[in-house]
Design a protein around this ligand. Structure first.
Ligand code: ZN
Length: 305
């Protein structure tokens, strides 16, 4: 069933587990991810990033596709724009019927982060669309700036940010980074920081840059209080590596067959992460009658930057 992020994550907070938020941008990855959630009977979140939309997954195609595939399963499925930075992209996905939104103004100083986040919350909450914000800044794995503690979330700023923005989910920076870590590198996470923030609020907490962080780190982060585990790079790499191996084995493999097999690989990878989050079987917590709908009040979309 098509659902929103808040409904899914509030249950995760209440029952102390996390939900996989998997990156997906085409039929194979979206159906692979939803298929994994269905097989595990787990709620799931689909992350579609700005870049994916610009380069490939146009919202007018991808939004109805996700909605249709979500309607074919009993597990709650929500979709959100991942790291929404541009107002145009935020309003475009809002209009297309994305059930949830992430605004990322974390590169700005606190006051500007609050102002930008709040503006998106005002638009989205008017139509019941929940919003995730980011406090502290999750950097890039390639440059290892995720290890820069000066970018970590400061617990003393959390309540001010939450009270000023009314976000429904908070992404925190505590040692992970986006993209692919250098070969052999495993990030060190600050679990005490997660526990400190968890003790301050019941707002769901998101961990970004989880690809390559390792199973143990994911389990411990969930135990410490994380409710949303973002994985994109590792899913895409699993699909790419499978295709590479398969083509080496059989260079003339039928393209259709290759796509079918890539989807299967995607599904297996996502099932692994779902199990790590502890969300397997949790679809039973949700009412089967729940269905997310929202209509767009266009007056709210005026005043683009
Ligand atoms: Zn992220």
């Amino acid at each position: 069933m098509y659902c929103d992020m808040k409904t899914i994550l509030d249950d995760a907070v209440k029952n102390h587990y996390a939900v996989l938020a998997g990156g997906a941008f085409n039929l194979e990855t979206i159906r692979g991810l939803i298929g994994a959630a269905d097989a595990e009977q787990a709620p799931v979140l689909i992350l579609v990033g700005q870049n994916m939309i610009k380069r490939h997954a146009h919202t007018e195609v991808v939004a109805p596709m996700i909605r249709q595939l979500a309607s074919e399963t009993n597990v709650p499925v929500a979709v959100l724009l991942d790291h929404g930075r541009d107002w145009d992209m935020i309003t475009q996905t809002f209009r297309a019927g994305f059930s949830s939104m992430m605004v990322d103004a974390s590169a700005y100083p606190m006051a500007e982060n609050i102002a930008r986040t709040r503006r998106v919350v005002e638009l989205c909450h008017a139509q019941g669309v929940p919003v995730e914000g980011e406090l502290g800044h999750v950097g890039m794995a390639a440059t290892l700036d995720g290890c820069d503690e000066s970018m970590y979330t400061r617990p003393e700023e959390v309540l001010e940010f939450l009270q000023a923005t009314h976000v429904d989910c908070l992404a925190i920076a505590c040692g992970t980074a986006h993209g692919k870590y250098p070969e052999g590198f495993v990030p060190t996470l600050n679990f005490d920081l997660i526990r400190k923030v968890r003790a301050l609020t019941s707002v769901p907490l998101a961990l970004h840059g989880t690809s390559g962080a390792g199973d143990e780190n994911i389990r411990k982060a969930v135990e410490a209080g994380i409710n949303k585990v973002n994985v994109a790079t590792e899913i895409f790499c699993a699909c790419r590596d499978y295709a590479k191996k398969r083509l080496e084995e059989e260079p003339e493999v039928e393209y259709l067959q290759l796509c079918v097999e890539i989807e299967r690989r995607c599904k297996e990878t996502c099932r692994h992460f779902i199990r790590l989050t502890g969300s397997s079987g949790k679809a039973a917590n949700f009412s089967p009658r729940y269905d997310f709908t929202h209509s767009v009040d266009r007056s709210l979309l005026d005043g683009a930057e």
